[in-house]
Design a protein around this ligand. Sequence first.
Ligand SMILES: [Zn+2]
Length: 306
Amino acid sequence: MNIDRRSLLTGMAGTALLGLPKPTLAATTTSIGDFQVDSVSDGNLVLPGAMFFEGHPIAEVDKILAPLNMSKTQVEPPCNITLVRHEGRVILFDAGSGDGFMPTAGTLVDSLDAIGIAPDDVTHVVFTHGHPDHLWGVLDDFDDPVFTEAEHMIGQVEWDYWTDPNTVNTIGDTRASFAVGAARRLDAVADRMTFFKDGAEVLPGIMAHATFGHTPGHMSFEVRSGSDALLIGGDAIGNHHIAFARPKWASGSDQDPDLAAITRARLLDMLSHDKTQLLGFHLPDGGIGRVEKMGDEYQFVSEEIQ
Ligand SMILES: [Zn+2]
């Protein structure tokens, strides 16, 4: 795996010229058989630490965060879009935030440009789930689809949830805007959307793997070539701190914290046992790495950036 220095430098130069506060345009790369897999930056989020740490023993939280040099009050998770190129297909897993969610996020189109990919080169956009940082980038400022030539694909359960007019009433006040925003965007791309279920081969060599809990229909995807495999995890393992050190702790970032914890523990066990690579949407250093088990805890070991 390597970092494309030319892309990084091009991205940095572009940022300097435009004077934008969007720092991360680096891409990291790995491959699984014939699949070329890149992590492409959509910038980062800025979230209150309480979303992850509230309600947990403070001494334990401190112990987990100290070696990671992280603040308890604010976290700034990166957003890693997975780009898979295989047999002429150019597949994005999630569409990023677009311009409408947070000023620090929404760099996907610039990051793709830095590696020579235009939006209309994308042949498929496959969604892990319908949260803003994964879905809202599907439309531009004029509410037109960004990836004009792409077939869009989403899990049936996730689609049913976000297009249900009652979801805005049941999701809770803090996420009501998520429900409104998702319904509007999914409606705008409905005519280019196809649907799949758990276990489906969504595209050749890429299997959908239900990882419900973060959202009701959250999906992960396994890219496999023989014994070599990578899991595109979305937000099923949503951070590199608490999620790995205390997988069973509830997280305020999950819509069903209890189910999400069960899913997370199952995935960590599987990934560490099978030595499968993971590409996590909010994990550091581009999000490509492996899961190592250490006693009752796990650790995210990112692939070394060279
Ligand atoms: Zn997310």
